[in-house]
Design a protein around this ligand. Structure first.
Ligand SMILES: Nc1ncnc2c1ncn2[C@@H]1O[C@H](COP(=O)(O)OP(=O)(O)OP(=O)(O)O)[C@@H](O)[C@H]1O
Length: 254
């Protein structure tokens, strides 16, 4: 289907997007269409979460949401955290009962999801006892459990290895027709998504299909990474750069 014929889901038409009086993305013009898989790139503070928050507000119940800091309850088991994806769909009484005696159907549904995400053996384990990557998968499971047509993810594959990242993104794709995913892995953006939105200095500087983009163009979204490569080596005793000793040695340097 050609882009022009796809149903428009959201359009920003020269709008200021931010937090109250603090405008992060001034005069933003952007459209999201059904069926698009968008990688959202930009260095820390560029406004990815801000844009995702606004998309979430406008798409409301059409969109499943996987937040950057997971928003899990560490004391509760994996099962209960995933179940929370559908909390509003059940009565307060059913939710309360489910805390003590997991309901049969949700348990089955959550088991199936946990199987696919490699969490099957951890369903009864409190989330506070899981590794970072396992927590990330629980957060994704909770978003998948919402069963919405769209997926919005704020760095949902930041703490897993590249193979797992690919697998998780495929699981997300299998259950959602449209997705917008913030991430920092530029290669993954090019290989797995069909469109890139790139933010820099408060502007949307890339809004293009991935097959028209190069890795160098995506790298240009990260000027600080480039600057970091030119910081004098931490072992230069008189570099004079505050905090330079805390920086890792740039790749490729002796
Ligand atoms: N609740 C808030 N109120 C006011 N300003 C905020 C709020 N949240 C974020 N900001 C500011 O908005 C700007 C964009 O932040 P945002 O979290 O959207 O960036 P990001 O690209 O998601 O960064 P990161 O990759 O570090 O998560 C930053 O200057 C930040 O300080």
């Amino acid at each position: 289907m050609e882009g022009e014929q796809r149903r428009l889901l959201v359009r920003f038409d020269g709008e200021d997007i931010g937090h109250g009086a603090h405008v992060v993305l001034p005069r933003l013009t952007l459209a999201l269409r059904e069926g698009e898989r968008v990688a959202l790139l930009g260095q820390s503070g560029a406004g990815k979460s801000t844009l995702l928050g606004e998309l979430r507000r406008r798409l409301d119940r059409q969109a499943a949401w996987c937040p950057q800091h997971h928003g899990l309850v560490p004391q509760l088991a994996v099962y209960h955290n995933v179940f929370m994806g559908r909390l509003p769909e059940h009565s307060a009484l059913a939710n309360l009962w489910n805390l003590v005696h997991p309901l049969r159907r949700p348990w089955r549904e959550v088991s199936t999801l946990c199987d696919e995400l490699g969490l099957a053996d951890l369903m009864r384990r409190p989330v506070g006892q899981l590794s970072g990557g396992q927590r990330q998968r629980v957060a994704i499971a909770r978003a998948l459990y919402q069963a919405r047509p769209l997926f919005l993810g704020d760095e949902p594959v930041a703490s897993v290895d590249p193979h797992q990242a690919l697998r998780l993104l495929s699981l997300i794709d299998a259950r959602h027709t449209t997705s917008v995913v913030a991430l920092h892995q530029r290669e993954l953006a090019l290989t797995h998504f069909d469109r890139v939105w790139g933010l820099r200095d408060g502007r949307l500087v890339i809004d293009a299909p991935t097959d028209s983009l190069t890795l160098a163009e995506l790298d240009a979204l990260y000027p600080d990474a480039d600057a970091a490569r030119h910081i004098p080596d931490a072992r230069d005793a008189d570099s004079g750069v505050p905090g330079v000793n805390a920086l890792p040695c740039p790749r490729g340097r002796p």
